[in-house]
Structure formats: C-alpha cells, structure tokens
Design a protein around this ligand. Sequence first.
Ligand code: NAD
Length: 487
Amino acid sequence: MTRMSGSRTQLYIDGAWSEATSDETRPVINPATGKAIADMAIASTADVDRAVAAARAALETGPWSQMTGYARRGLLLAFARELRDAAASIGETATDDMGMPLMFTTASTIVAADYVEYFAGWADKIAGEVVPTPVPGALDYTIRHPVGVVAAIVPWNAPIYISISKLAPALAAGCTVVLKPSEEAPLAPLKLAECVERAGFPPGVVNVVTGLGPGVGAALVAHPGVDKVSFTGGTELGRVIGAEAARTFKRVALELGGKSANIVFADADLDAAAMGATMAVLMNTGQQCIAGSRLLVQRPVYEEVLGKVAAITGGWSVGDPRASTSQVGPLISERHLDRVVGYVGEAAASGRVVLGGERLGGDLADGFYVGPTLVADVDTTSALWREEVFGPVTVAVPFDTPAEAVALANDSDFGLAGGVWTHDLDTAHGVAGAMRTGTVWVNSYLAMFPSAPFGGHKESGVGREGGRVAVEEYTELTNVFLQLRPV
Ligand code: NAD
C-alpha cells in the first residue's frame, strides 16, 4: 500500500506528502474482488497550482536547475536501484489496483528500472551540434535546454511502465514533472513517488497529484505553468488534449489507441505464430495499446492457425491476479467488462465465436473477468474489427496475397504496431516496410526495450517514447550564431 491518511491517499508535492486540500475522494476498486481498497484523494485546483509552482521553482531556481547531466545521471541510477528494491511491493500494489497478474506487475517494475538506467545513460550525453554557416569567420551551434515543466498524464492499463517511460527521459533531459495517474489505478504511481523520495531528488522535481481527468487532468493541460503535456490514453481524449494544449502553444506528445494487425503467412513457423498471436492479445488481459487484436492468416493455413490459437488461448489460466499461477486477470472495471462483452455480442451476428465472449462466474463472479475470446470471419466493416476493444478478444480473417494483407492491415484509423510471421525475406521486409505503424515485429510480438523508439502513426499518436529521440523530445533548441573578429 502507499502513503495514506487512514484509507485516503496523499499527494506528493514539493518533496513532501500532504493531504489534498479538498475533502473529495474516489474509491479505488480492486477489480479481482470488486471491493474498495483505498480512497483516492482528489486534488483541488489549489493543489494542482502548488504542484506546478513546485515543479517550476525546481526547474528555475532549485538545486536541480544547477545540476549537470552527470549529476542527474547519478540520481536516476539511484532511482533505478530503489525501483528494483521495491519491485515486489510495487508489484503487489499495482496488482490490487488494476488486476494485472503479480508476475507481470513485478516484472514490469524491474523493466521500469531498466528504462531508468537506460535514460540515466543519456543524461550526460545530451548535446547540441556545431552548424555550418555561409558566413566567413562565424561560429554557429545549438544548445538543448530542458523543455520545462512536464505534465505527464497516464492511463490505468500499465501505470508503472507508462509513468516511467515519461519520467525517465524527462528527468534525463533536466525537466521537472507533475505526474497525474489515472483515477482507475492511482496507487502504483504513488509508490513510484516513494522511490523518487528515497533516491534523493530535490523537492519539486517530481510531483504526483491524483484526481479525475476532467478536473485535475484538464487543469494541468490548460495550466500556464506547464510547458509540455505528455499524454497516454484513448484517441478521442488525445484529440481533445492536443487541441487544448495547442491553445497555449504547449509542446505535446500523445500516445493513443491501437488496433494492431498480426499477419501470419503460410510459410511461417505456425506454432510460434500461434503462441505469438495468443500472447499479443492475452498479455494484460488484452488491455494494452499494442495488442495484436486483428489476426490475419493466409488462407491455406487459416483453420489450422485458428485451431492452434484456440488451443493455446484455452490453456491460459484465468484467475486471482495475486496467485502465482494466474496468467490472465480481471478487466479494470464492471463498466469496461460490459463494453468488451457488448462488442463480442454485436459481432456474433456476422462472425463465428470460436471461444469465450462471456463474463466468467463461479469463484470469479465478484471480479470483472471475461473469458479469452476468439472470433473468426469477422466483417471488416464491423466495430469489432475497427475499434479498440481493450480486452482479451482476437478477431480473425483470412487473406490470400501479401498485398491484400497489407491493405487489410493499413485499412485502420490507428497505426501503433503490427506483426508479420514468415521466413521469406522478401515478404518480411516488404510487408514490414509497407505497414503504416510505429512498430513492426517480425516473427515476434511485444518485444519492448528502452532503446527502441515507440509511438504511433495516424490516430495512434504524436511523438516517440524510447531511444534517443525520446530524450530529444523533452528538449528545446536554441541556435547560437557568433560573428568572430578575424585573428
Ligand atoms: P483515458 O484516455 O480514459 O485516460 C487517460 C488519462 O487521461 C487518465 O489519467 C485520465 O484521468 C486523464 N483524463 C481524462 N479526461 C481528461 C481531460 N479532459 N483532460 C486531461 N486528462 C484527462 O485512457 P484509459 O482508459 O486510462 O487508458 C486506455 C487507453 O490508453 C487506450 O485507448 C489505450 O490504447 C491507450 N494507451 C496507449 C498507449 C500508447 O503508448 N500508445 C499505452 C497505453 C494505453
């Protein structure tokens, strides 16, 4: 559990834990049991103002403003050590908070520590460049400044990983951050603030304010003291946030939804492809932006691959996310469960439900569990094929040629990720190059590591997280031109 006053969470502002100045709270529900486990404090406008002011003071006048990249690297490495040491406890909090099985939430914290270490390595390597000029006897160079105060607004589906994928590059670049967790899963990000505190960051460098999106989130996006909004969440909200941020010329990064295509060619290792297709959807109970939820299979092996996916999917163990044997946990909320089951219900008219599609009962009746689901022969104009379901639901269609597969894959408003399964070099490179997505995995799915740039094409977003480009996106350039006196 995290820092509380009774059952009520606290805010982390200016290096100290404090009560929200408003009395409002929202219950935090454990999706495995349907029971409240804490009351999330709802920050007031005054709390948001205080957090932004603390971040600005740390940026402009505090010890952080004077720190070199070398010193920031040291602090980030200390932060990574704290994360590793606290992985089990952060994992338990995240599991109770949002239902991801414990083995994955603990692993996710260790991966988060890897990300922080990677970005620590960039902190002392951020450099401008010397620019050629057409003017004799002149010197021109660029300086990279931190972009400023960053509002990091994160969703509930991967609260540790997504918070860190914003915090780590922002801090490496010298920015300060106000983190706003999702109201559906605020507890793990608050635990991250405890690691920030133990690592010894100066006050105000990282602040965490909890609350509702339209209140606290919107206040941050509109706040004149915020320089950049880094948002991860749904596409429709991203559209609103992008427009609102533009009104005050804030820099903005948007990591949004997806409906990724996973394409299996007849020459592929079909067992590996079926395992990859299953993992692509069942990890985190399908509540992941990169879920390979559209399965495209070349016609001669279509039924064979569906049979393999159904067999593997049926073998994954669904249950209490605290149990070491559970691979699939509950969905985040009852409302979300109704939405997921509703999608499958609508599609049953046009497609063939091979597996699942219903809420699970028995011992799991109190939690928000839905069975892993496979729907074949789906109408490619249906909502189930085109919209992000965000549940353990795979929809499948056959195709004949590589060109048809690419056309089907690209016929989407989204462009986040995709998979290609083949041993033919021409097909692998040709299809990967033709897919309009930010990431393509070949004979693999879900491989994520901190040096790889990650982000979306089309309505899946703007900007990149991961790699050098992620650090650069937290900087602002100044070009310096010097006319030198001849010697
Ligand atoms: P969401 O869009 O409902 O909420 C995301 C965050 O925005 C929350 O913290 C919420 O409180 C806040 N918010 C809500 N209204 C706001 C407003 N008016 N102003 C400012 N902030 C506001 O998303 P969710 O349901 O928490 O997460 C699921 C979505 O996130 C899915 O669409 C998923 O694809 C997407 N996602 C994308 C990525 C990626 O990297 N591309 C990663 C994970 C999740």
